[in-house]
Write a protein that binds this ligand. Structure first.
Ligand code: AMP
Ligand code: MG
Length: 444
């Protein structure tokens, strides 16, 4: 089933996956497959592998996007395919989408391939975000292709299969807008029917997207998550985190933290994310303006609601982390001065004790006293995909030993439950990182 491709031949070009030397399922998300009503055994069978590698009638989705602020009118799935839409046993619709399936009409100079470490990284972060309650696309499977992918070095080739409630992005609306208001109008109706209550208007779609994205970014900020490449093609209307290739959880607190090797100017640094999302939402508004009378005025008014909504969502997210309301703003000031390991600080919060990393910092004792008096019940993860721990698992997996990676996934799926068997994985939030520098080249 592919309702999107049927309704939008101009936004979804027919394409088929490359035939690879030896495609094999390396990691299958069995709990997710079962939730979706997909048979894990079938997915592992030759017919299942044909499906997962796009050996059928698939489409490459078209979209435009602002990449680091520059408009690119024709991006699209250059190394990915929408395999199918799928209805789960509860009647909810999902896109099943595979990345690394070879070249498509949108590939430009690219090879259409996906290195194994990047596919496994995406899987691990998706499981982690999901377990933390942050809306995200999920990974269903990672396959090895039997081929190799040259990047900074030679990697085993992979296909990452993921599910999301759709792949309609701000960039999809930007692409539709270039094709004309009638396409935008149809896309809006389709997106409304798929994601929003009946009777909604384009302004309702925008309002709801503003709320979802404000809440999403607030949750990223709570956990110190840096998406890495918040181009408008990487922002889903559904409010799920997507396309987080060069992402990371921040180690040492600094508002200008960037992990992505390509973000040389810090456009998508940690503390930029809320403002960048508002900028991206303005691009969505531009695409929708022609559909509404006095559109410029109305969308501009609606866009202004983002900041208060983000502020309220951040207060709520931080109140959950600290286990008390009204203390986050002041803590932020201390974090900026002390630059402690952010997640270690949260994981180590204990009433009556100055948080780890803030010892001796002016104002820290006062903050601790005020916070402790509120009888706080902080709740923060024990396990996160800490950069060095995950990196080590990815290196071993590429060398053919998947054991550490599988145990890593298990820990990330139960981030609030201590277990001694996860001791040596380097995922503990509470253990401050020894070295400060880390750059991610993943996702390329
Ligand atoms: P991303 O950074 O994954 O969001 O990709 C940005 C754009 O570049 C999208 O249009 C991708 O489809 C395209 N792209 C990225 N890597 C490749 C590749 N290896 N081959 C073809 N297209 C690619
Ligand atoms: Mg993208």
């Amino acid at each position: 089933m592919n309702t999107f491709a049927e309704e939008f031949p101009e936004l979804a070009l027919p394409a088929t996956g490359e035939v690879f030397p030896n495609p094999q399922v390396l990691v299958l998300n069995e709990p997710l497959a079962t939730e979706l009503g997909l048979d894990p055994q079938w997915l592992r069978s030759p017919a299942g592998i044909d499906f997962l590698t796009g050996q059928g009638d698939c489409v490459a989705l078209g979209y435009a996007g602002h990449q680091f602020g520059q408009f690119n009118p024709r991006m699209g799935d250059g190394r990915a395919l929408l395999l199918s839409e799928h209805t789960d046993p509860h009647g909810k619709n999902w896109d099943i989408h595979a990345k690394g399936t070879g070249r498509t009409p949108f590939s430009r100079g690219g090879d259409g391939h996906y290195p194994l470490d990047a596919a496994l990284k995406e899987f691990a972060f998706a499981e982690s975000l999901h377990a933390l309650g942050v809306p995200t696309a999920r990974s269903l499977a990672v396959l090895t292709t039997g081929g190799t992918v040259p990047r900074r070095r030679l990697h085993p080739g992979a296909i990452g299969v993921r599910v999301a409630s759709s792949h309609i992005r701000i960039g999809t609306f930007q692409y539709a807008a270039l094709l004309g208001p009638s396409v935008t109008d149809r896309l809006t109706r389709y997106a409304l029917a798929r994601h929003f209550p009946a009777g909604s208007s384009p302004l309702d779609l925008f309002d709801a997207t503003v709320v979802r994205q404000a809440e999403l970014v607030a949750n990223w900020m709570r956990f110190g998550f840096i998406h890495g490449v918040m181009n408008t093609d990487n922002v889903a209307i559904s409010g799920e985190t997507i396309d987080f290739g060069p992402c990371a959880f921040m180690d040492y607190f600094a508002t200008d933290t960037v992990y992505s090797s390509i973000d040389t100017r810090g456009r998508y640094a940690y503390a930029q994310q809320p403002a960048v999302m508002m900028w991206n939402l303005a691009r969505l508004a531009e695409a929708l303006v022609p559909l509404v009378d006095e559109g410029v005025k109305k969308f501009t008014e609606r866009l202004q609601r983002y900041q208060p909504q983000y502020g309220a969502a951040w207060d709520k997210a931080m109140a959950a982390a600290l286990g008390a309301e009204g203390c986050a703003e002041q803590l932020l000031g201390l974090l900026e001065v002390a630059a402690p390991d952010y997640n270690a600080l949260l994981a180590g919060l204990t009433p009556g004790e100055v948080p780890p990393g803030l010892e001796g910092i002016p104002g820290a004792a006062e903050w601790t006293e005020r916070w402790s008096a509120l009888d706080p019940q902080p709740r923060n993860p024990i396990y996160l995909p800490r950069n060095h721990g995950l990196q080590a698992a990815l290196v071993e997996a590429e060398q053919g030993d998947i054991g550490r990676y599988l145990l890593t996934l298990e820990a990330l799926r139960n981030p609030y439950e201590w277990d001694d068997k996860y001791e040596k994985l380097g995922l503990h939030a509470a253990v401050p990182r020894a070295e400060a520098e880390f750059t991610t080249y993943c996702g390329t």
